[in-house]
Design a protein around this ligand. Structure first.
Ligand code: FES
Length: 105
């Protein structure tokens, strides 16, 4: 038996192409993104302040925080510009029978 904890967080269709939505992962807010049919997941809150990443602006694989325009690469979580000093957490994602599965702790 695998001890990996994959959690069903949304239907693949619920995530609009080229955009982001907020969902719950075991009660914790996370953000999902869809780029070219591929789905990515990060922590729900910006590492700089209390902004929700699902309210941000997705351009390619970069999410721009709605509050101070900090940008993260959604593939790696890497912080790309000021005022960010800390990367954002990313989660492994797999698509299974039309559902988005995210690897929880
Ligand atoms: Fe995200 Fe400041 S809260 S850049």
């Amino acid at each position: 038996m695998s001890s990996e904890n994959w959690v069903d967080v949304a239907s693949v269709d619920a995530v609009p192409e080229g955009d982001t939505i907020g969902v719950s992962l075991n009660g914790q807010g996370i953000a999902l993104y869809k780029v070219d049919g591929e789905v990515f997941a990060t922590a729900g809150l910006c590492t700089h302040g209390a902004a929700h990443m699902c309210d941000g602006f997705l351009e390619g694989h970069e999410i721009e925080c709605p509050l101070h325009q900090g940008r993260f690469d959604i593939r790696t979580g890497k912080a790309l510009n000021e005022p960010l000093t800390e990367d954002i957490r990313t989660f492994a994602v797999r698509l299974d029978a039309g559902r988005v599965m995210v690897l929880a702790d």
